[in-house]
Design a protein around this ligand. Sequence first.
Ligand code: WT7
Length: 641
Amino acid sequence: MTLDLTTMLPQLKSFDEYQAAYQESVSNPEAFWAGIADSFKWHKPWDKVLSWDFNTPEVSWFSGARLNISENCIDRHLEDRGDQIAIIWEPNNPQDKYRNLTYRELSKLVNQFSNVLEQQGVKKGDRVCIYMPMIPEAAVAMLACARIGAIHSVVFAGFSSQSLADRINDADCSLLITADGMIRGEKKIDLKQIADEAMEKSPGIRSCIVYNHKGFAMNMQPGRDFDWNTLMEGASAVHQPASMESEDPLFILYTSGSTGKPKGVLHTTAGYMVYSAYTFKNVFQYQDKEVFCCTADIGWVTGHSYIVYGPLLNGATTLMFEGIPSYPDPGRFWSLIEKHKVAIFYTAPTAIRSLEVFGTEPFEGKDLSSLKVLGSVGEPINEEAWHWYHENAGRGECPIVDTWWQTETGGIMISPLAGITKLKPAFATLPLPGVQLAIVDEKGTEIEGNGVEGNLCIKFPWPGMARTVYGDHERFKLNYFSTYPGKYFTGDGCKRDEDGYIRITGRVDDVINVSGHRIGTGEVEDAINEHGYVIESAVVGYPHDIKGQGIWAFVICDREHHSYEELCAEVKSHVTGIIGPFARPDRIQVVKALPKTRSGKIMRRILRKIAEGDTSNLGDTSTLIDPTVVDAIKQGAEEIR
Ligand code: WT7
């Protein structure tokens, strides 16, 4: 075990050390996590490391302690690494100038913006919505919220005005931070215009701070909208961080489930800090001065934990990329790695598969020798993509850490430790220290031993876990702790092979994963059903070569639409308007009826099988009101496949 002089955070250095740490984390969890938490800056020590009850469910870590996470991300490093680069920003267009922000420069911006927020009347506990492009100001906004004790709710900039408004209203945000717009690839997006539409539906918003990123034309409403730079000019660069309680909320992040509207998953301060920092340092085996690049968007949890908090808590240099893998050409990732000498590169299987089709030509002439570790996140990585990534990006040498986790877990839960854990393609391998898994059968009985398969649960608290669903604790309990009482249910299925290695097989609920975006089928159905042409719909996922899963919508139509083409265009643009372009159905099948049971429940299992093209055994269809609808749907599916 080595201790970094600045952060003093333990880093496991061998498989023996991993096993010993795992053992200790199970036999003495409080001492284990206290030892890790010791390396941070606290204003007041904790009274108790852990109290918990998975039935209510209530979990608190390091209670009684006081701290500020932005101080741990920034101020703590100023003495030793004030001039080290904290954030490298790579713009969408590689011809544009990139930016380097040192820890000192980041500190100045965050302090100034903290003062700006306070001048706007934002107080501890207030909710602030952030709807921003992938620019350092987005991280500045998050860190400034954390510094004054406001709760940030970042909304992915691909969401529609309706989705943005829903999220603003659900969390009752009083301030919105956005930008004029952004360009990703060749697509221009007028964020302020979308924000304006959302604000019309969100009466709680008192003010809106707008960062002028691209100089797009926009309307500024006097008294409500304020220019970021103007406010910053007058703001002091000194700001005393608020002293927060360990369990004070840090952020809300919306995510989809099987039923209902997206949930505002709530994370709190100390546990999230300790967990995101520890997992970053150990999974990626980050070494001082290395450049770490995670290609996620800060609108998702991966961006929160592994672009912003995890890296900065470790005094790392984190690269923020505004663009997309295919622009201006499919060699963009590899140019980026070469240009900034990236040592650790963390991306999603969907991105890898989308690049695989271009072959190895985009690698030619690129020096990727800076790379030491590759990472994968967001969905199961298929073996073929794993090997392609390993051979080409990783020169056959870099370990791939296939990291399984969720918005609700706050940080990585199952993953190899880079260079330490023996790899197996398509396996997330082993749980990290502190993570006590349980694979359960349908009845909730734990299945012990190896060579087994079942539903993935976690039976003991870990510091990074979500504490509640904002404003609806009952829903938190119902969603995660009621299926298998006494256990947190992930919604994923998994296998544990003969070596005890875990392979995630995918969601076992009505959630689908499209290009790493988590989408509730019910949400898409609600959006489709709102369209005037539609009476009813049912949405399922089906295997898609690049996206992992595609969206297949079975639709019953109300009146004669002009043509099938028109119906498709209408439904797609409607879903884009209600949710966002990433939730647009790939296939739309018009049906006369849906397979329903006598109690009116749609048998999605049958639709899923049909969409997957696996109709040899549809299982028991005897409970259907009208079993003949199945044949009609089967036939229709063949026509649009
Ligand atoms: C769901 C969580 C947390 C990172 C981004 C997604 C799937 C995530 C893996 C992986 C197989 C994975 C699961 C999980 N997932 N990582 N390495 N292998 N599946 O966060 O949006 O909360 O989605 O993504 O199904 O439940 P999220």
